[in-house]
Design a protein around this ligand. Structure first.
Ligand code: NAD
Length: 360
């Protein structure tokens, strides 16, 4: 039976970078006989323009019915003045939570060809290969109650709630251990257990899960120290597992170690490895429509899709190798350009990856 992928290009540079990723996916489909079928719909601002809401019910139903989703990015100034509940980002949060995509995998890999693009010294980052596993559907971004109010004395106040249940921690911890098991066998769980009750539970449950993974070396680190260690000596990490908010911040920090957010893919998985795949960056309205965006993060998201949702490791590795070959050829989009390289646009970069993949 064919495997179904729903493609949601989104806003800004989304349609431009997704078009290149789809070209690469189609070549991989032919080359590796993957039997993939694509369908297309809208999310975010494009969905607001077409359907009046950032995620239409019919789109959500379609997303439930497919095997995987490929997303560009959502948002942009055109929709920034809308009321928060119907802004583009709401569509993204809704599709993640409705599909139960609780495990966000964000690799931070430094391609050796781009070592100069990092703001850290090459010896600190060369060979960097970290995977951050972030809990995506719980914690403070979803916790209730949350409220902004005016006190009797006239002062404004607001609060959020950071809840985690044992089962939520257990399932994300398992993803962290499973990933560590097939990589460097080291898992660092990041929390703030010296202060937060939710982190104390987090740490206790991670310790319990560790008993099933005697082959994985577990360590714990407070989030403030983890933020510091990531810039001091990032290569000490293999897999990091952490909650929603800490993961949001640390994964952005880790992404910059590699020099460009335009290179970094991500996966958000449910309990059955059904997933939504997207670049880590946003819709980059400042360069949208100019044909200069880097499509490699989205192309590498296709590689993650094939590996995690379709178990097609060989096809995934071929795409990664094709990307590496294109970097070897000296082709660079503006965000990763350095002197002596050949500057190319979005489409030329996509074409080069297609060519490299075909000729493998
Ligand atoms: P951004 O990631 O879109 O852009 C940050 C900077 O990186 C910009 O200078 C941009 O030009 C550059 N950049 C990003 N991707 C690039 C690429 N592929 N190639 C070259 N350069 C690239 O973040 P932002 O400016 O904070 O947000 C812009 C919009 O994107 C906002 O509406 C925001 O809400 C949305 N956003 C969406 C997602 C998502 O869809 N998952 C994530 C983050 C931000």
């Amino acid at each position: 039976m064919s495997k179904q992928i729903l493609v949601l290009p989104g806003d800004g540079i989304g349609p431009e970078i997704v078009a290149e990723a789809v070209k690469v996916l189609q070549v991989a489909n032919d080359k590796f006989k993957l039997d993939i079928e694509l369908s297309f719909d809208e999310l975010g601002g494009a969905a607001i323009d077409k359907y009046g809401v950032p995620l239409a019910d019919a789109t959500l139903e379609r997303a439930r019915g497919v095997d995987a989703i490929l997303l560009g990015a959502v948002g942009g100034p055109k929709w920034d003045k809308l009321e928060p509940s119907i802004r583009p980002e709401r569509g993204l949060l809704k599709i993640r939570s409705q599909l139960g995509l609780f495990a966000n995998l964000r690799p931070a890999i430094l391609y050796s060809q781009l070592a100069d693009a990092s703001s850290l010294k090459p010896e600190v980052v060369s060979g960097l290969d970290i995977l951050i596993v972030r809990e995506l559907t719980g914690g403070i971004y979803f916790g209730q109650p949350r409220e902004s109010k005016v006190l009797e004395n006239g002062e404004r106040m607001a609060y959020d709630t950071l809840p985690y249940s044992e089962s939520e921690v257990r399932r994300i911890a398992r993803v962290g251990f499973d990933m560590a098991r097939v990589r460097g066998k080291k898992l660092c769980s990041v929390d703030k257990a010296n202060v937060l009750a939710s982190s104390q539970l987090w740490r206790a449950v991670v310790e319990e899960v560790a008993k099933d993974y005697p082959d994985v070396e577990l360590s714990h680190m407070y989030v403030d120290n983890a933020a510091m260690q990531l810039v001091r000596a990032p290569k000490q990490f293999d897999v990091m597992v952490t909650d929603n908010m800490f993961g949001d911040i640390l994964s952005d920090e880790a992404s910059m170690l590699t020099g460009s957010i335009g290179m970094l893919p991500s996966a958000s998985l449910d309990a059955n490895n059904k997933g939504m795949y997207e670049p880590c960056h946003g819709s980059a309205p400042d360069i949208a429509g100019q044909g200069v965006a880097n499509p490699l993060a989205t192309i590498l998201s296709v590689s993650m899709l094939l590996r995690y949702s379709f178990n097609q490791g060989a096809a995934a590795a071929a795409i990664e190798l094709a990307v590496s070959k294109v970097l070897d050829q000296g082709l660079r989009t503006g965000d990763i350009y350095s002197a002596g390289m050949t500057k190319v646009g979005t489409q030329a970069m996509g074409d080069a990856v297609v060519e490299a993949l075909r000729s493998l």
